[in-house]
Design a protein around this ligand. Structure first.
Ligand code: NAP
Length: 310
C-alpha cells in the first residue's frame, strides 16, 4: 500500500473471532504496520503465528501493548477488568484503547478506572459476528457493511474518536455513536434477549427429543434450525453478556413475556384477528430490515436449499 499505515503498531488482546478478524481486515487494507497479539493459551498464540495474522505474539498482554498506538481488547466482557489492570502501566502515552465487548456500561466501569491519564479510551462494539469462535474463525470481510457502535465517554477526545472511526470505516464498517446506556438497551432488544430465547427454545426441544427420539432434528424446519445456530454461540461470551447487561435484558424479557401471554391468550380464545394483525405488523418489520440492507430477502437467508433429511 502506498503511504503510511493509519497506526504503525496495534495490539490485539484476545485473538478469537473478533480479534483475528480485526487483524485480517487491518492487514488487508494496509491500515497497520505491526500487529502484536496476546491471548490466554499457548495454543491460540501458536495458531495466530501459524495462520499469519499477528506479527508478534506475547503471553503477557502488557508486553503486547508496549509501544502500541492502538490497543483493542477482544476478550470476553468478564475478562476486561483484569486485562485493563495488567496493561495499564505499559500503555504508551497518547495511545487509543478500545474494546469490542457486547455490553458497554459494564465494560466502561471495568476498564476506565484503571487506564492512566493521557490514554484515550473509546469503547466500541461491532454488530457483526458468527456462532464460531477461536483464532481460526476470523476473516477479513466480517465487518464489511456491518455497524460498529462507538460509545464515547464524557471528555473523550474528538480527534481520537475520529481516528478510530476512520480505521473502522477503512475495514468496511459503518460507524455510529450512541450513549453506553442506549447501546445496552438497544442490544438487549436486538441481540441479547433473542439469544436467550433461542437458548431456551433449543432447551425445550432437547427435552422433547427425549420423548420423540430423533424427530426434533429430523423434521427441524428453518425456524428451529435458526435457533440452534444462535444457541451454538460461545457459552463464555454469552454468560458474560447476561451477567453484565442484567437490567436491560430483564426489562426486555419482561415485555417479551407480556407479549407472549397476549398471543397465548389469543390462541386459547381462537382470536384469529389479533394473531393476523400481529403477524402482519412483524412481517413489515422484516421488510424494513431488508430495505435497510441489513439482511437478504433470499429464501432461507440465502443458504443453499436443504436436502430431504437434513
Ligand atoms: P472468542 O473467539 O472466544 O475469543 C476470545 C479470546 O479472548 C481468545 O483469544 C481467548 O484466549 C481470550 N480470552 C478469553 N478469556 C480470557 C481471559 N480471562 N484472559 C485473557 N484472554 C482471554 O471470542 P469472540 O467471539 O472473539 O469475542 C470477543 C469479544 O467480542 C467479547 O467481548 C464479545 O462480547 C465481543 N463480540 C463478539 C461477537 C460474536 O459474534 N462472537 C460479536 C460482537 C462482539 P484463548 O483462545 O487463549 O482462550
Amino acid at each position: 500500500m502506498a503511504g503510511e499505515p493509519m497506526f504503525p503498531r496495534i495490539a490485539l488482546i484476545g485473538l478469537g473471532l473478533i480479534g483475528s478478524s480485526i487483524a485480517w481486515a487491518a492487514k488487508r487494507g494496509g491500515l497497520v504496520g505491526h500487529v502484536a497479539g496476546s491471548a490466554r493459551s499457548a495454543e491460540t498464540l501458536a495458531k495466530a503465528v501459524e495462520l499469519g495474522f499477528c506479527d508478534s505474539v506475547h503471553d503477557d498482554p502488557a508486553e503486547a501493548v508496549a509501544g502500541a498506538d492502538l490497543v483493542i481488547l477482544c476478550v470476553p466482557v468478564g475478562a476486561m477488568e483484569n486485562i485493563a489492570k495488567s496493561i495499564a502501566p505499559a500503555l504508551k502515552p497518547g495511545a487509543i484503547v478500545s474494546d469490542v465487548g457486547s455490553v458497554k456500561q459494564a465494560v466502561i466501569a471495568a476498564v476506565a478506572p484503571h487506564l492512566p491519564a493521557g490514554v484515550e479510551f473509546i469503547p466500541a462494539h461491532p454488530i457483526a459476528g458468527t456462532e464460531h469462535s477461536g483464532p481460526e474463525s476470523g476473516f477479513a470481510e466480517l465487518f464489511e457493511g456491518k455497524w460498529f457502535i462507538l460509545t464515547p465517554i464524557p471528555g473523550a477526545s474528538e480527534a481520537a474518536t475520529a481516528k478510530l472511526r476512520a480505521f473502522l470505516e477503512a475495514m468496511g464498517a459503518n460507524v455510529d455513536e450512541m450513549t453506553p446506556e442506549h447501546h445496552d438497551l438497544v442490544l438487549a432488544v436486538t441481540s441479547h434477549a433473542p439469544h436467550l430465547i433461542a437458548y431456551t427454545m433449543v432447551g425445550v426441544a432437547d427435552h422433547m427429543r427425549r420423548v420423540t427420539s430423533t424427530e426434533v432434528i429430523k423434521y427441524s424446519a428453518a425456524g428451529f434450525r435458526d435457533f440452534t445456530r444462535i444457541a451454538a454461540s460461545d457459552p463464555t461470551m454469552w454468560r458474560d453478556v447476561f451477567l453484565n447487561n442484567k437490567d436491560a435484558t430483564l426489562e426486555i424479557l419482561g415485555r417479551f413475556t407480556e407479549e407472549l401471554f397476549a398471543l397465548q391468550k389469543a390462541i386459547r380464545a381462537g382470536d384469529g384477528d389479533t394473531l393476523f394483525d400481529y403477524f402482519t405488523h412483524t412481517r413489515a418489520i422484516r421488510r424494513g430490515i431488508i430495505e435497510a440492507g441489513q439482511d437478504t430477502a433470499a429464501p432461507d437467508f440465502g443458504r443453499r436449499p436443504s436436502k430431504p433429511g437434513e
